[in-house]
Design a binder for this molecule. Structure first.
Ligand SMILES: [Zn+2]
Ligand SMILES: [Zn+2]
Length: 301
């Protein structure tokens, strides 16, 4: 095995560890960290794809070697993977294009992707376009054109983490869960599990809405801010329903979008006191919401 190959997987995992660390900082509110999470993750993707190509043929990660395969594919009008297999059957010496070179130039992320995409039977093209979109974001950052939608960055990173978790598994590259550092394992597992990731994002939204409601409010006036949360009966998670001006009930779940809960308090149309709407009674042709007190005729009369 060439020395470059030995380093490549270790460096890939280091980059993933860094990306996860910055991701966690980003999720807990540090906007700047998103940029670094993205940069480190791009580096991880590039290295892991190169590593995969090196397991196909150790010299395929060098541009000069790759170009021989690409030329054959173009000349014969066939996919890269087929061109590689033909050259292999012809016993082409894949080391020959780089013989004598001290530090041969290695392929780009795009080249690695191109090769993988030619393997249509196993490689998912949706995954490839996610990889490209993250790469485009990185280019925008490098050219300072990046207006960061932090939530979007976190969602893309989540989808790509799931994609690479699957990719490394299908292509038996490396068991990511086994090699990343213990400190980042929790973050990785959350990202790798779609439900867990969505739930985390929903909680972040609750936290941000809460902070926005109280921002700039002096401590002695905080009691006057009417900000409440309710448990969502649709997704069975507590405190995900938050005030929402577009909702017909005034509340909406940040995960599933549900607007209804019997717990949402409304004012009694007779006495004005607040009760959970599930406890209210309606009177024919008169009131929609009347509270248990106003309906307690036995103890009053
Ligand atoms: Zn819900
Ligand atoms: Zn009442």
């Amino acid at each position: 095995m060439h020395k470059y190959e030995l380093d490549i997987i270790g460096n890939a995992i280091d980059s993933l560890d860094e990306a996860l660390d910055k991701y966690a900082q980003g999720q807990s509110g540090c906007t700047r960290s998103h940029k670094f999470a993205l940069l480190h993750f791009c580096h991880f993707m590039e290295l892991i794809l190169k590593h995969y190509l090196s397991t196909v043929e150790e010299n395929l990660i060098y541009s000069k070697v790759f170009r021989v395969v690409a030329k054959r594919a173009k000349d014969d009008g066939i996919p890269l993977i087929e061109a590689f297999e033909i050259l292999e059957n012809e016993e082409f010496d894949f080391e020959s294009p780089i013989k004598g070179h001290q530090n041969p130039h290695t392929i780009t992320l795009d080249m690695a992707l191109e090769y993988l995409e030619s393997d249509k039977e196993y490689f998912d093209s949706e995954f490839a376009s996610e990889i490209r979109s993250l790469k485009d974001l990185r280019n925008d950052i490098e050219h300072h054109k990046f207006e960061m939608n932090t939530k979007e960055v976190r969602l893309v990173l989540g989808r790509l983490t799931r994609g690479f978790d699957e990719f490394t598994d299908i292509f038996s590259v490396v068991g990511l869960q086994n090699v990343i550092s213990k400190k980042q394992l929790g973050v990785f597992q959350t990202l790798a599990d779609e439900y867990e990731h969505e739930l985390e994002e929903a909680k972040v939204e609750v936290r941000e809405a809460h902070n926005a409601a109280f921002r700039g409010v002096r401590p002695k006036h905080q009691y006057d801010v009417h900000w409440a949360t309710y448990d969502c009966p649709e997704c069975n998670v507590s405190d995900l329903m938050i005030p929402n001006i577009d909702s017909s009930t005034g509340f909406k779940c940040t995960m599933c979008g549900n607007e209804d809960s019997e717990d949402i308090e409304v004012d009694c149309e007779i006495c004005g006191s607040s009760w959970a709407n599930g406890e209210m009674s309606s009177w024919v042709d008169t009131y929609s919401y009347t509270c248990p007190d106003c309906n307690d005729f036995d103890s009053k009369y």
